[in-house]
Design a protein around this ligand. Structure first.
Ligand code: NGS
Length: 276
């Protein structure tokens, strides 16, 4: 029975090199304080933010200025849970942050990477030097998972409940990732060509490696997330073909080749970037 129980301990991370090298966060020792998962869905209280979802702690001078960039379309329930949870989570980290929700306001297939490019463009105008590229359905459960940038880009959501807290493949870069504005510009941002589900994060990973910026990760117990439930999306048909062209497109396809305009609205809990 013990053997069966061991085999069934699906939450145990598999033995994999998580690529923890180079992942120091300005020498700060991470505090491993867990949030009770049961309370995740409960609306939590947080301090009042500045208009546009910006917050600065009043009792200290934060080292980090982080823009949380969230690609979005028509998921009001997720957005509600995400905003309530994230403001209270981030305020426990004593960082200066602002939440940007980038809303794709059209009927063509969702383009996650393009929305991240728009969000990063706007955040960099406001001198945010750390960008966190974050899905709206991901909830971090360890406040030791600092929402700041490491020396090299960092894949943050490597231990996800829907993957039974295991990393499915070593080059995964989807979900939540931290990258400095400097590095984001260096690789020309993300590709704008990936419409529909899948591949855009793999393409970005390739860009990083080609520029000697192989991402790192924090240990799995710090990198735990739960995913809010949603229907599976249809995978894009041309994603593998686009990945083959990844290297040749890199310099011409990215933040400098964004063609549409966007408008910015300041809401109480977030900055709303509407792309049409
Ligand atoms: C891969 C996708 C990635 C995606 C990852 C995890 O297969 O874009 O699955 O997805 N790559 C391709 O399709 C080429 S998840 O199960 O978390 O939605 O991020």
């Amino acid at each position: 029975l013990q053997n069966i129980a061991n085999e069934l301990d699906l939450r145990k991370p598999i033995e994999i090199d998580y690529n923890l090298k180079n992942c120091t966060y300005h020498g700060v020792v991470l505090n491993n304080e867990d949030i009770n998962i049961d309370s995740v869905y409960v609306t939590k209280t947080f301090n009042k933010t500045f208009i546009g979802g910006e917050y600065k702690p009043s009792r200290c001078l934060p080292l980090i200025k982080t823009a949380l960039i969230v690609p979005y379309r028509s998921r009001p329930n997720h957005l509600n849970i995400f905003l309530n949870y994230m403001h209270s989570f981030l305020q426990r980290q004593n960082i200066h942050y602002r939440i940007f929700i980038v809303d794709q306001n059209d009927t063509s297939p969702f383009n996650r990477a393009k929305m991240l490019n728009f969000g990063a463009t706007e955040a960099m105008k406001h001198k945010y030097n750390c960008l966190i590229l974050h899905d709206v359905d991901l909830i971090p459960i360890n406040t030791g998972n600092i929402y700041g940038c490491t020396k090299v880009p960092r894949h943050m959501s490597s231990s996800l409940d829907t993957f039974r807290y295991n990393l499915p493949y070593l080059t995964l870069f989807g979900g939540a990732a931290a990258i400095s504005s400097e590095h984001f510009k260096k690789v020309h941002g993300m590709s704008n060509k990936f419409y529909g589900w899948g591949g855009e994060d793999d393409d970005f990973y390739r860009r990083l490696v080609q520029n000697d910026l192989e991402p790192c990760r924090f240990p799995p117990e710090i990198s735990r997330y739960i995913m809010l439930p949603h229907e599976k999306q249809k995978a894009s048909e041309n994603r593998f073909k686009l990945l083959e062209e990844s290297e040749q497109n890199q310099k011409t396809d990215g933040i400098s080749s964004l063609s549409q305009n966007y408008i910015v609205k300041l809401e109480d809990l977030y900055t709303h970037i509407i792309v049409s």
